[in-house]
Design a protein around this ligand. Structure first.
Ligand code: RNT
Ligand code: ZN
Length: 418
């Protein structure tokens, strides 16, 4: 294996790429692993179905139904896959002990102490999300933009509680906590007033952000969306709304782009360098939309590679917070997590192993013929050997034995769950 790597290293070096440096760099880049792939976005704070503009499909056996099961599954994913991880937790994953319960507006750091213990035990940071869905106070499909002040106030209190919990996460782990605000607020059919809900949404998010926090520790984000299931005609937090909001509040929040949330021919890869011209930092949800925001498992497809390339070429690995966001309930969930995590790692490593400086200089010289030739040539560089080396240095399998472990775990653990 190492002879193969030595040979690949020479080939890359001849193309102007230092593969050792690429491997070392990737190890310093955290990617957030979303807890909600483990249980189809169910959470622990309520018994109802997933509702409010998102949907999982599939009924594969073995999903986690308790915190202990979810922790065990996530530990397995972290162990099997290379790279630096962060855990991404939703507020509906609060862990209540001894029969206590707190509604979303009353959540406290103590309800997430087990998550902190789990993160510390695995030496990873934590990201957080208020949960504005799957709850009876989401009325008529609306939360922060509802015309009724009582509804809005409930969700504003939830948002503020989540900022306090995010501060707790950042202080406990010593790693900044990205806190993403996404709501499914919108209408199934044609609205009579498009601006009113947006003005209320703006005011509500501003009220949430009036909670005191240190922007070095807590990074609130606003995520846009084009449409949701059951809210096909109008989304309050549209792309223009969200981007304008983030731009007006640059000193206290970031824009977050989910690549399933745009019209089908728009690409987030192109939006990354556009936003980097104006925002010091931004956040991403990497997903795979199939015809709509279907949240399929991330693969090593063209757009995933382009997203990684744009971050690397913009020299923005420390300005872009990368998180995964998909939930497939039709296949083994640990495998889904692993394929998604590995795909993004591969895309980032490929981007770091691309002769970006040379390609850029061809563009700047307007040598477009050679640029096309070189870009095509770069696709055939022996990346597989660099990936194998990266996996080896991270202490994980680069061959399919990681999947053997998942099959074993399915047989011994998952299949015994009811
Ligand atoms: C939904 C958004 C949002 C959620 C998570 C669970 O369309 O992408 O980010 O997927 O908050
Ligand atoms: Zn998302």
């Amino acid at each position: 294996m190492s002879t193969r790597y030595e040979s690949a290293k020479e080939i890359f070096a001849a193309a102007g790429v230092d593969t050792d440096a690429a491997i070392a760099k990737l190890k310093s880049v955290p990617v957030a692993l979303h807890c909600w792939q483990g249980d189809d976005v169910t959470g622990f704070d309520q018994d109802g179905p997933l509702s409010g503009g998102i949907q999982t499909t599939g009924n594969y056996p073995g999903k986690a139904t308790t915190p202990e099961e979810l922790f065990a599954d996530m530990e397995m994913v972290m162990k099997l896959n290379p790279g630096t991880k962060k855990l991404n937790v939703h507020a509906c994953y609060a862990i209540f002990e001894d029969g206590e319960y707190a509604d979303r507006d009353k959540l406290e750091p103590k309800h997430f102490k087990k998550w902190v213990d789990f993160a510390k035990a695995n030496n990873v940071g934590l990201d957080f999300n208020p949960t504005f869905f799957s709850h009876p106070m989401q009325k008529d499909g609306l939360t922060l933009s509802h015309p009724d002040k009582e509804v809005r106030d409930f969700w504003i209190e939830h948002g503020k509680a989540c900022i306090r919990i995010s501060t707790y996460f950042a202080k406990e782990t010593g790693i900044p906590c990205v806190m993403n605000i996404w709501t499914g607020d919108g209408f199934k059919d044609i609205p009579a007033d498009r601006m009113g809900p947006r003005m209320r949404y703006k005011d509500s998010i501003e009220k949430i952000l009036s909670e005191t926090y240190d922007f070095n520790l807590v990074k609130p984000c606003v995520e846009s969306k084009v449409f949701g299931i059951g809210v096909e005609s109008y989304t309050v937090g549209s792309a223009e709304f969200t981007l304008s909001f983030a731009s007006e509040h640059k000193e206290k929040c970031l824009p977050l782009m989910d690549n399933g949330h745009y019209h089908p021919t728009e690409v987030v890869s192109d939006k990354i360098p556009a936003l980097l011209c104006f925002f010091p930092e931004l956040a991403l949800h990497v997903t795979r939309p199939v015809r709509w925001d279907s949240d399929h498992v991330v693969l090593l497809d063209d757009e995933t590679k382009e997203i990684a390339k744009e971050i690397v070429r913009s020299d923005a690995l420390d300005r872009v917070y990368i998180a995964l966001d998909f939930f497939d309930a039709s296949i083994n969930r640990i495998s889904a997590w692993s394929v998604g995590f590995r795909s993004l790692q591969k895309a980032l490593l490929m981007a770091l192993c691309t002769p970006n400086a040379e390609l850029k200089s061809l563009q700047d010289k307007s040598s477009f013929t050679k640029l096309m030739v070189m870009q095509e040539e770069a696709k055939l560089l022996p990346f597989e050997d660099v990936w194998a080396k990266y996996c080896e240095t991270c202490g994980v399998a680069s061959d399919l034995s990681w999947f053997d472990e998942i099959e074993k775990y399915e047989k011994e653990v998952l299949s015994k769950r009811i």
